[in-house]
Design a protein around this ligand. Structure first.
Ligand code: GTP
Ligand code: MG
Length: 297
């Protein structure tokens, strides 16, 4: 980040370039980003953060692109954060996402950002919540976050968004069998995408019986736009519930938990490098390792 951070930031007038610099500083957890983060966390910003998770190839990026199209029709400004599962930024997934977002590339009111998960144990990058705050502060009232659902990541994104979508699609093999039971309960809406494909009706029916309430299951065809307006309406309907004090406190607690885990993981990995793992049983080595962690800040 080239420029110093002024004591009071005019969030609404940040240039795209400046916004990009701030995002990089936040993502890389640079020391100079601390003031920005503190300022961002001092208030609740208008807008809604939507988490989109689901197995690879279920159509998350296409769905997000369709949602962006619908939101733009409503003159909303949209920020998209794609969490890149590969640490290599030039990886296929990243490029693919970018290509799918191309139709919005020249739209100044759509900001697309890809971030790497890097060393965060496959979880959502810790900075994702602050990036969403920054985008909302800058006037992107809708922030859509894409993460590939694999185990922990799914529940991680739930904690960081106001509303979460779990995307499923027919013809992906037996991902559905591997569906963690928990995610169906914590995701606000379950989207059966590729409704134009064989097996979609059956998949929807199955998910409806599994989900706590069948009306939380919606069908979309992201490529044609069918069901997208209805999905947006359903997302909007969750808004009041998520604005409650209890809900905010729970989200905050989950965010702190995620950050604490990231810190612990880093310290653990650092200590593990020098640890004697050969003495005693593996259990004893693990106990010693935990005991050796520094807990002062
Ligand atoms: N037939 C059909 N194909 C779709 C639909 N939505 C997405 N696709 C296709 O499915 C493929 C995967 O879509 P993506 O949007 O890249 O899926 P993704 O979930 O973002 O994939 P990853 O980011 O790799 O996890 C692409 O070829 C899309 O064109 C749909 O509603 N119907
Ligand atoms: Mg994608």
């Amino acid at each position: 980040m080239s420029d110093p951070v002024p004591s009071s930031i005019e969030w609404g007038t940040l240039t795209t370039r400046r916004l990009g610099q701030l995002m990089t500083a936040i993502e890389e957890q640079r020391p100079e980003a601390a003031d920005v983060v503190a300022a961002l966390q001092r208030q609740t910003w208008p807008g809604l953060t939507v988490g989109v998770t689901g197995p690879p190839g279920s159509g998350k990026s296409t769905l997000i692109s369709a949602l962006v199209r619908e939101l733009r029709r409503r003159r909303e400004r949209v920020g998209v954060v794609a969490v890149d599962p590969s640490s290599d930024r030039t990886g296929g997934a990243f490029l693919g996402d970018r290509l799918r977002m191309m139709e919005h590339a020249t739209d100044a009111d759509v900001l697309v950002r890809s971030i790497a998960t890097r060393g965060h144990g496959g979880g959502v990058a810790p900075a994702v919540s602050d990036l969403a705050r920054l985008l909302r502060a800058a006037g992107y009232a809708w922030v859509l976050i894409e993460t590939v659902g694999a185990g922990q990541v799914e529940t991680d994104v739930v904690a960081r968004a106001d509303v979460t979508l779990l995307v499923q699609a027919p013809g992906l093999g037996d991902e559905i069998q591997a569906l963690k039971k928990g995610i169906l309960e914590v995701a606000d809406l379950v989207v059966v995408n590729k409704s134009d494909q064989p097996g979609a009706v059956e998949l929807r029916r199955q998910l409806e019986t599994w989900a706590a309430s069948p009306e939380r299951v919606l069908a979309t065809c992201a490529t044609s736009g069918e069901g997208i307006a209805e999905l947006l309406q359903a997302i909007d309907a969750r808004r009041p519930e998520r604005a409650s004090e209890t809900s905010r406190l729970r989200a905050r607690r989950e965010e702190v938990r995620g950050l604490a885990l990231a810190i612990l993981r880093d310290r653990l990995d650092a200590s593990l490098r020098d640890a004697d793992v050969t003495r005693g049983t593996t259990w004893e080595a693990a106990e010693r390792l935990v005991a050796s962690l520094r807990f002062e800040p």
